[in-house]
Write a protein that binds this ligand. Sequence first.
Ligand SMILES: Nc1nc2c(ncn2[C@@H]2O[C@H](COP(=O)(O)OP(=O)(O)O)[C@@H](O)[C@H]2O)c(=O)[nH]1
Ligand SMILES: [Mg+2]
Length: 337
Amino acid sequence: MGIFSFLKRQKADRQANAQDQAEGADQVKVDEPELDHKLQKTRSRFTENLLGFLRGKKPVDDDLLEELEAQLIMADVGVAATGRVIDALQARAKRDKLQDSDAVREALREELINILQPVEQPLEIPDSDSPFVILVVGVNGAGKTTTIGKLAKQLQDGGKSVMLAAGDTFRAAAIEQLQTWGERNDVPVIAQDIGSDSASVIFDALQSAKARGIDVLIADTAGRLHTQSGLMDELRKVKRVLTKIDDNAPHETMIVLDGGTGQNALSQAEQFNEAMALDGLVITKLDGTAKGGVVFAVAEKTGLPIRFIGVGEKVADLEVFEATRFVDALIDNEGEA
Ligand SMILES: Nc1nc2c(ncn2[C@@H]2O[C@H](COP(=O)(O)OP(=O)(O)O)[C@@H](O)[C@H]2O)c(=O)[nH]1
Ligand SMILES: [Mg+2]
């Protein structure tokens, strides 16, 4: 799908959306910039080098594939995902006789989508009598608190009641950031003083959410303690105490990764997953100078569902992750910017 049909589809999606939420319709922002526009910087990083050299209609040979391989690695796609793409392209070159750069480009597009398709698994919140608990983890600065704010607003607009727990008790600013956000958007925030026990804040919040019949509790957490193992111990303790109220809580342990940090984001996903058994991830800052390739690296190496992508600092800048849409926005299939 090219950029034009992509735009049309987005518009149609949004109109359908606005109709779905008739009473909340005034909150649906119709003039919000399109995903492909938001990904523009990321796209130009990704495609300038990666696809630029394809434009010259070179014959498809081993040299071209080698160059493509190098470009994918440089775009943060990672060794594993790059290897898979190149192997697939080599097989296709033999089988389908990729004639020119357009054919390579289309084949590349399909292989990139193949990597992301399995991790396109949106977060689903079932109707239930007890709160659905989302525990948000990740290193400082990744975008946890911002993502929580955006997500809370979107869930609220979708008719869910939401409560937040200020589980990052290590920095006063972190508690205030969440509280300010809650006040602005009419979302209750459960917080205690700085330095209090994160697990007990989140435990209290779940009790309160349950008593008030809240649909979704989203818990913020600290991104750094004195040691990495201290952080993992603390987060495991949070999980443990939650099960005292609800065997299935947290229902979603979701890591937030800064898409601009390349292979670091990948190793964070792997480390947290080992310690915490993650259910899903969010990759933020894809509107910035991120090269975008990290999305493929994380998908290939972890296989974890990508729930959302962050494409800006505003409340609307959180998108449900869709593989085809993402790849098309990234590689700008028709060459139009
Ligand atoms: N451009 C951009 N900035 C983001 C995005 N998500 C978060 N940020 C910014 O990243 C910074 C750190 O975010 P914060 O939520 O405080 O991170 P936390 O330490 O993980 O809670 C803030 O300045 C946010 O505005 C995003 O998707 N795009
Ligand atoms: Mg924070």
